[in-house]
Design a binder for this molecule. Structure first.
Ligand SMILES: Nc1nc2c(ncn2[C@@H]2O[C@H](COP(=O)(O)OP(=O)(O)OP(=O)(O)O)[C@@H](O)[C@H]2O)c(=O)[nH]1
Ligand SMILES: [Mg+2]
Length: 344
């Protein structure tokens, strides 16, 4: 299951209606005063966070969104009707940017939260407005103002409950493929996963939850090495991280060393400040629970395994779970721990 999480659209607020040029005509007042009303305001374009949406898919097909224009003013000093605002429903968690300036317009985090993204134009004044002692019969009125137009980019942070992190080849995609409905690509070369993939996990009677498989991290990812670390934004709103460390004897460095390197990269990402204000006020590093998985246990003999796990615990001070996705060992314990952590 690939996940669309970016979209670009153009929005057009309504043009303001024109003011009217009109004069009163009454039986005994053949040269009645000006009575042209004002034009109505154009409608706004408003984005609303809607809980029924979970992707930005709709925006791939509909690229232009227009609000209604305001109606013209009328005689008898009647103002034109305002244009209706256009409500654009977006998934909760959508961040909205102005493509031209790069400015972040809004971050719609709460259900029903809304923001005016493009303001409708003001209606023009009718000629009655311009009557003065020196100009009793103005023959002009204002045009309505144009509505704002914006080029928008939207990003939806994947609404995953759990993120998978670790070195390339740690077995992240394999794990996701055995515990969820997802069918990510698995291969024995690094950087097989290039984009986040989501999988839905249904475990026993618990509510389903979503795991995001992420590309592998390497030392220096925060400086752009490997796939970089920007994809970690997909882990920003998760409640737990599963940190996978391979026990394969083919690895060049000890598991504890590899574990520490990934911890450093993740800490560096989450402590950098221009990121996610959603976490501000929290201690960003401690925000998410980390569960450590030592993977590929099937590649070791029982005694080797015990020794290497004991050493890992000692060196990292963590309490890892040991699994093999290939022979499906230890997976139940992981899912039980996750459901408890997420209280689903
Ligand atoms: N023996 C054994 N091999 C495994 C196990 N899990 C994964 N592998 C193998 O390890 C290799 C890498 O697995 P992936 O799941 O693609 O690893 P990844 O962490 O997603 O890697 P990237 O996408 O590159 O970051 C593949 O050849 C898998 O078959 C396991 O439990 N036991
Ligand atoms: Mg992968």
């Amino acid at each position: 299951m690939k996940f669309i999480d970016e979209a670009e659209i153009d929005v057009f607020a309504g043009h303001g209606g024109p003011g009217s040029v009109s004069f009163r005509r009454e039986k005994f007042a053949p040269r009645g005063g000006p009575d042209g009303g004002n034009g109505g305001a154009g409608g706004d374009v408003v984005f609303v966070a809607d809980n029924n949406l979970s992707t930005l898919l709709d925006f791939r097909y509909k690229k232009e969104w227009h609000a209604q224009k305001g109606a013209g003013g009328m005689s008898g000093c009647k103002d034109g009707r305002a244009g209706e605002s256009l409500s654009v429903p977006v998934p909760v968690g959508t961040v909205i940017y102005d493509r031209k300036t790069g400015d972040r317009i809004a971050d719609l985090k709460e259900i029903g939260q809304e923001v005016v993204v493009a303001k409708g134009g003001r209606g023009g004044k009718g000629n009655s407005f311009f009557k003065t002692s020196t100009n009793q019969a103005p023959r002009f009125a204002q045009e309505g103002e144009p509505g704002e137009e914006k080029q928008i980019k939207m990003e939806l942070k994947l609404l995953a409950d759990v993120g998978l992190i670790g070195f390339p080849n740690a077995g992240k995609s394999t794990f996701l493929s055995v515990v969820s409905n997802a069918t990510p690509k698995v291969a024995d070369y690094p950087f097989t996963t290039l984009k986040p993939i989501l999988g839905v996990v249904r475990y026993k009677e618990h509510n389903p939850f979503v795991i995001a498989d992420l590309p592998g991290l390497i030392e220096g990812a925060h400086e752009g090495k490997g796939m970089g670390d920007q994809f970690l934004r997909h882990a920003e709103r998760t409640k737990a991280l599963l940190h996978l460390v391979s026990l394969s004897p083919d690895e060049l460095e000890a598991p504890a060393e590899r574990y520490k390197k990934i911890k450093k990269e993740v800490a560096s990402y989450f402590s950098s400040d221009q990121k996610e204000p959603v976490l501000s006020g929290e201690n960003k590093q401690d925000y998410r629970k980390e569960i450590v998985l030592l993977t590929k246990s099937d590649l070791l003999l029982e005694e080797e395994l015990e020794e290497i796990v004991a050493e890992f615990k000692q060196e990292t001070g963590t309490d890892p779970l040991v699994i093999s996705s290939v022979v499906q060992k230890g997976l139940d314990v992981v899912l039980a721990a996750l459901t408890q952590e997420l209280s689903v």
